[in-house]
Design a protein around this ligand. Structure first.
Ligand SMILES: C[S@@+](CC[C@H](N)C(=O)[O-])C[C@H]1O[C@@H](n2cnc3c(N)ncnc32)[C@H](O)[C@@H]1O
Length: 267
């Protein structure tokens, strides 16, 4: 049951009012949580992110900063109780979707039904996993990550350990969405590369690697399957890369079987 934890997160976040804007504090809280997780594993980006973390906490009094780890604790407990899109639901509970000019996330039961449809025939899916070891998924507009969480949930229901047999690339143009998705996918130990960028133009601003991606050696694992590499997966993992570099990379591999999907897809 997520609800008690969502209520607790909601009331902790609302303590910032009226001194601060709730949408801004929510965004900063998500970013601080994402940095706290990323900095435990992604050492190459650690220094820059640590500086950003200190910038965020300097904006608030100690009472508000102290709510951030408590909010993260509630998120952990919610995800331990049940798989689901806790942060997407919280975003809507707080009515931040209105503030974000209509950024609506898919309700989890619908995402879950779509994940079952996407997986399709269990025998084909199992054959792919047996042959290659894993499935790869691309979510080009991930929001809070509901579709990816639902995909992991659907695999688990079929008896497949998504922590070992699924790798996800997820993109969103809004850094807040990436921070939410990153926190949830990291806590669920989904191997994933999350990208702040534009799925239509290929422009990339930042990349976030979940602990499951880094600890599982997924960069090397994916690179050893060149025919399955996507344009985004060929990008060096650390420094922010501009779209020009992406195009040059693609030009070097004219036959690469890549086309950006418009929705969550397995490939
Ligand atoms: C309607 S929400 C859906 C999110 C998620 N797929 C879901 O089902 O809940 C659309 C998301 O697409 C993102 N978005 C819009 N244009 C984009 C673009 N060009 N590239 C990447 N993400 C984009 C928005 O920031 C938003 O989070």
């Amino acid at each position: 049951m997520h609800e008690p934890h969502r209520k607790a997160m909601s009331s902790l976040l609302k303590r910032c009012q009226p001194r601060h804007d709730l949408y801004t504090v929510f965004g900063h809280c998500m970013e601080a949580i994402a940095i706290a997780i990323a900095n435990s594993v992604d050492l190459r980006q650690r220094e820059r992110r640590e500086t950003r973390y200190l910038e965020i906490v300097a904006k608030y009094g100690a009472d508000i900063v102290a709510t951030f780890p408590r909010i993260m604790g509630e998120l952990v407990m919610a995800l331990e109780s049940e798989l689901g899109d806790v942060l997407g639901a919280l975003f809507h509970d707080l009515e931040l979707h209105n503030k974000a000019r209509g950024q609506f996330f898919t309700p989890y039961p619908l995402s879950r039904a779509m994940a079952d449809m996407l997986l399709g025939d269990p025998a084909t899916m199992r054959a792919t996993i047996e042959e290659r070891g894993y499935l790869t998924a691309m979510e080009p507009a991930c929001g809070s990550g509901t579709m990816v969480v639902a995909l992991a949930d659907a695999l688990r229901t079929q008896g497949i350990n998504y922590q070992r047999h699924l790798h996800v690339t997820a993109i969103d143009i809004d850094p807040r969405a990436i921070h939410m998705a990153y926190a949830q996918l990291s806590l669920l130990h989904v191997p994933a590369r999350l990208i702040v960028g534009n799925s239509l133009s290929g422009e990339i601003q930042e990349q976030w690697f979940t602990p499951a991606h880094i600890l599982g050696g997924w960069t090397a694992r994916l690179a050893s399957q060149p025919s399955r590499r996507t344009a985004i997966e060929t990008i060096p993992p650390v420094t922010p890369v501009q779209s020009k570099a992406v195009r040059e990379n693609d030009a070097a591999r004219p036959n690469a079987p890549f086309a950006m999907p418009r929705q969550l897809s397995l490939f």
